[in-house]
Ligand binder design. Structure first.
Ligand SMILES: Nc1ncnc2c1ncn2[C@@H]1O[C@H](COP(=O)(O)OP(=O)(O)OP(=O)(O)O)[C@@H](O)[C@H]1O
Ligand SMILES: [Mg+2]
Length: 409
């Protein structure tokens, strides 16, 4: 394989509750990456998106890394990783500053964002991201880029993401113990959104639900900025456990039944499925209808929480383009249909938006986060470069955001 220039190399690690996925890619052009290799390993050591066993997580990461290095022929030194979990909190904040020299400069924007950072951070929490939503100069219209505007007073409205310090530290420690330096840490739904949402959807307004194994991450975008974030501790594993508990099936076979025959749509089927009992050895026949009824109830519960959030926080007007469901849980047959009827808005399954051919196995909503982390690295890297050249505003802000994340360590 031709030698890959270090500054073209991109590595992401999606450390999920059910799988670790390491992607190695090279940058081909702006917004275009070629996957050089992928390493996957079952994840053992996380629950609901957070590390609960360091040594098991390290072993899983090492296994995925080894495969990715072997396939890509690249020695992986550092990577961009994702973070999620029920500890994630988000809030909107406002910052106001006086424009020092009568014309908005970079330093005024930084000061306004710093002012927005002045929020009561709960004990044991730390700011992970500050995402500017819009700026206002002297009470005028909302602006995406205030740089160079004349005025006296600069305001910013920002979306702030907080994470539990211990959860972040455990995740970083696991990566370091596996021999990888963490060069950026990104909220997983932000990464998934980059993979599956079109730029038009992000502009017009759209909701995205990433149903993983341990958490379901919900975000809303409008005007190219994030409006709302929520992490729910209900996801794919709960569907599996429900089958296992209700039918006394082994977890392994409950997972198989869900993947091979699962649907959330209740239909009159006279089919019976053969499953292994939890006690081991013995098998039994279970009705496909009953499996569908169990999955239907869990899907309704999960989507009910999302709908409640939309209604309580009055978010419906932001969801102009509807809802995009992604993550491994989106592969459950009929989940989009039931969501469509519950939300009364267009719903689609979020497949990866790719700019370059992907290996077939990667073409699944399960890899939305990993691929999105690569795109994030690509964009932030370009942004830092453009920032030096005075590139467009959003890019400069993103470059700064990255440095804030690094400040965190
Ligand atoms: N074909 C399928 N039908 C139904 N469910 C599926 C299918 N394929 C995968 N899943 C489910 O998707 C879930 C895993 O999704 P994903 O890989 O996105 O999670 P993760 O990233 O490991 O976890 P998390 O993001 O919560 O930390 C599992 O619960 C799995 O059972
Ligand atoms: Mg995930």
């Amino acid at each position: 394989m031709a030698k890959i220039l270090k500054d073209r190399l991109l590595v992401s690690m999606d450390i999920g509750t059910t799988k670790i996925c390491v992607l190695v890619a090279q940058q081909l052009g702006p917004d275009q990456v070629e996957i050089l290799g992928m390493g996957r390993a079952p994840s053992d050591g996380l629950q609901k998106g957070v590390v609960v066993n360091v040594s098991k997580t390290v072993q899983s990461i090492k296994a995925a890394l080894k495969e990715a290095e072997l396939v890509s022929g690249v020695d992986i030194e550092s990577a961009c990783i994702g973070i999620s979990g029920a500890h994630i909190r988000a809030m909107n904040s406002h910052g106001v500053v006086a424009i020092k020299k009568g014309q908005v400069r970079e330093s005024d924007i930084t000061s306004a964002l710093d002012a927005a950072k002045a929020i009561p951070v709960p004990e044991g929490y730390q700011i992970l991201h500050i995402l500017p939503q819009y700026f206002v100069v002297d009470g005028q219209d909302r602006l995406q880029d205030p740089l160079g505007m004349y005025g006296i007073r600069l305001e910013v409205q920002a979306h702030i993401i907080l994470g539990a310090i211990t959860s972040v530290q455990n995740l970083v420690t696991c990566c370091e113990n596996a021999g990888v330096k963490v060069n950026d840490i990104v909220l997983e739904p932000l990464a998934s959104a980059q993979s599956v949402l079109s730029s038009d959807e992000q502009q017009i307004g759209v909701a995205m639900l990433d149903i993983g194994g341990g958490t379901s991450d919900f975000v809303i975008y409008q005007n190219n900025s994030i409006v709302h974030t929520m992490v729910l501790p209900i996801a794919g594993n709960h569907f599996t456990n429900d089958i296992a508990i209700a039918l006394r099936a082994s977890i392994k076979d409950a997972e198989r039944v869900k993947i091979e025959h699962g649907t959330v749509l209740i239909a009159d089927s006279d089919e019976f499925l053969d499953v292994e009992l939890a006690q081991g050895g013995n098998r039994t026949k279970i009705s496909k209808n009953i499996v569908a009824t169990i999955l239907h109830a869990r899907a309704q519960e999960l989507l009910h929480f999302v709908r409640k959030e939309i209604e309580e926080k009055q978010l419906r007007s932001y969801c102009t383009s509807g809802l995009v469901i992604t993550g491994g849980g989106s592969l459950l047959n009929g989940i989009d249909c039931i969501a469509q009827s519950m939300f009364n808005m267009p719903v689609r399954i979020g497949k990866l938006h790719v700019t370059y051919a992907l290996p077939g196995t990667l073409n699944s909503p399960m890899y939305a986060t990993g691929y999105g982390l690569l795109l994030h690295t690509l964009r932030t890297r370009e942004l830092s470069f453009n920032a030096q050249l005075n590139g467009p505003f959003v890019q400069r802000v993103a470059a700064r955001m990255k440095s804030w994340v690094i400040d965190f360590f």
